[in-house]
Ligand binder design. Structure first.
Ligand code: NAD
Length: 499
């Protein structure tokens, strides 16, 4: 059976803890791989490699860093299919979707290639007599990233390219459910010329995560995952005096006003709810239909959802793959089977779905629940599967109030032809990312990604300007070069003033 080991100091380091985790092909249900689960000592080794590499990487020139990043960008581009194939084999998402994930990760590498403009600093001359002030940003040291299963390539790429471009060294702890893509990303970075130890991958579970959170040489933690773990990471890392950004789970709403193009809204709802089998933090999981259009919208969503072809991710005909584990599939199914008892109308029931020839895969079909109440489990929990809830509101105001009452605030979207309503929505809605007739408003690399409320703990969004800010700390230098003609200043115990 294939094994996935750590990548430390520029080479493969075999797991030595004796603990291994199973990696399953979700389409067949077969365990294909064993992943090493690191001990505290193995995490220490990875941090030590990163700390040693920081000695030189932290003072490397911007020219050196960016030339490596440009080579890395070219290698990633050439290996898009290989990375996507690894994602499909362990996550289950269809190949085209995996390619999309790689493309969005590449955007951050491209941003990192241009780090020179982001780190230019600021200079004010003659702020006082012969005094200049400059603000610069410097790297932190060793930083760590802990990432979820649902984007095994893109989410790590949200973090490490920018972190290393800023002069830090990095320890990545990927999801143990689909670990292989992370190793390929690290191997390609080495091939691009990244010095040994600048990017390390240590595989593991809670043991490895807790070791990173406690390690005195880890200066900052970037986390992406579920809300309970994000809250734990933020609390623990903060208590250990680390800088931390912890992105959590979501329940993303799509408000459809009566004047919207209903065909476009239905296309968007189906794509955003069921793409990647709903295992996206930006998936639309709740449609709020305003007023009279609700019945027609539900009908249009149903017609489209019924046509989606479910199958293995490596079959080009498949539009939606399986869920990550059988246990997760069963949990997702429980929300559908329990929905009617909690007042919902089950328009489509995807439970019990099977795929011929792949009987042991983690399959579930598409489910559509109408007239879902806000106090039902299907609405309150992040289901993270192909289950779309439809709620009804009489007015725009009622719809906005419903969305703003959610504890989550990741992404949200409005579908309308009314520019005034869309503008109002942008200002009134409590979420970090807003789409206007765009169902999955994942920002481009040069804007930052992040939610509000229980969808993000910490002060910084990820990548973009916030990412650069997160991975650097400010320093302000005040300089005075006296002229020989200046009169002596003498001793002055007063607080210095500018004049
Ligand atoms: P998860 O929280 O279970 O795991 C995320 C990471 O934390 C993994 O590396 C895992 O090994 C580690 N981990 C799990 N339990 C832990 C514990 N008790 N202590 C310490 N570490 C632990 O999340 P997941 O199931 O892998 O991913 C899906 C979740 O991630 C969803 O909730 C989804 O919304 C969220 N997500 C959010 C974003 C975002 O940008 N906000 C993006 C992608 C995914």
């Amino acid at each position: 059976m294939k094994t996935v080991n750590h990548w430390i100091g520029g080479k493969t380091v075999e797991g030595a803890s004796g603990n291994w985790g199973p990696v399953t092909d979700p389409a067949t249900g077969a365990v294909t791989t064993q992943v090493a689960l690191a001990s505290v000592e193995e995490v220490d080794t990875a941090v030590a490699a990163a700390q040693a590499a920081y000695e030189t990487w932290g003072t490397s020139s911007l020219a050196q860093r960016t030339s490596i990043l440009f080579r890395y960008r070219a290698l990633l581009d050439a290996h898009r299919d290989d990375i996507a194939a690894l994602i499909t084999a362990e996550h289950g998402k269809v190949h085209s979707d995996a390619l999309g994930e790689v493309a969005r990760g590449l955007e951050i590498v491209e941003l990192a290639c241009g780090i020179t403009t982001q780190l230019k600093g600021e200079l004010s001359t003659q702020v006082s007599s012969r005094v200049d002030v400059s603000s610069i940003r410097q790297s932190l040291g060793v930083v760590a990233g802990i990432t979820p299963f649902n984007f095994p390539a893109m989410v790590p790429m949200w973090m490490f390219p920018l972190a290393i471009a800023c002069g830090n060294t990095f320890v990545l702890k990927p999801s143990e459910k689909d670990p292989s893509a992370a190793n390929l990303l690290a191997e390609l970075a080495s091939e691009a010329g990244l010095p040994d130890g600048v990017l390390n991958v240590v595989h593991g579970d809670k043991v490895a995560v807790d070791a990173l959170l406690a390690h005195p040489d880890v200066t900052a933690i970037s986390f992406v995952g579920s809300t309970p773990i994000a809250r734990y990471i933020h609390t623990t890392a903060s208590a250990n005096h680390k800088r931390v950004q912890a992105l959590g789970g979501a329940k993303n709403h799509m408000l459809v006003l009566p004047d919207a193009d209903l065909d476009a809204a239905a296309d968007a709802a189906v794509s955003a709810a069921y793409g990647s089998a709903g295992e996206r933090c930006m998936a639309i999981s709740a449609v709020v239909a305003v007023s009279s259009i609700a019945d027609e919208l539900v009908q249009k969503i149903r017609e489209r959802a019924e046509k989606i072809k479910i199958g293995p991710g490596n079959d080009p005909e498949s539009e939606m793959g399986p869920l990550i584990t059988a246990a997760h599939r069963d949990k997702v199914a429980s929300y559908v089977t329990g929905a009617a008892a909690q007042g919902a109308e089950v328009v489509l029931d995807g439970t019990g779905h099977t795929v011929d020839g792949f009987e042991d895969g983690h399959w579930i079909g598409l489910s559509l629940l109408d007239r879902v109440s806000t106090d039902s489990d299907a609405y309150r929990d992040e289901i993270f599967g192909p289950v779309l809830c439809v709620l009804r509101a009489e007015t725009y105001e009622e719809g906005v109030a419903l969305i703003n009452a959610s504890p989550f605030g990741n992404g949200t979207a409005i579908f309308t032809r009314d520019g005034g309503a869309a503008r109002r929505f942008q200002l009134e809605i409590q979420a970090g990312m807003v789409g206007v007739n765009v169902p999955i408003p994942v920002p481009v690399g040069y804007h930052s990604f992040g939610g509000w409320k229980d969808s993000l703990f910490g002060d910084h969004h990820i990548y973009g300007n916030d990412g650069v800010h997160f991975y650097t700390r400010g320093k302000v230098v005040t300089t005075r070069w006296p002229d020989p003609s200046d009169a002596p200043t003498g001793v002055d115990l007063g607080f210095p003033r500018n004049h």
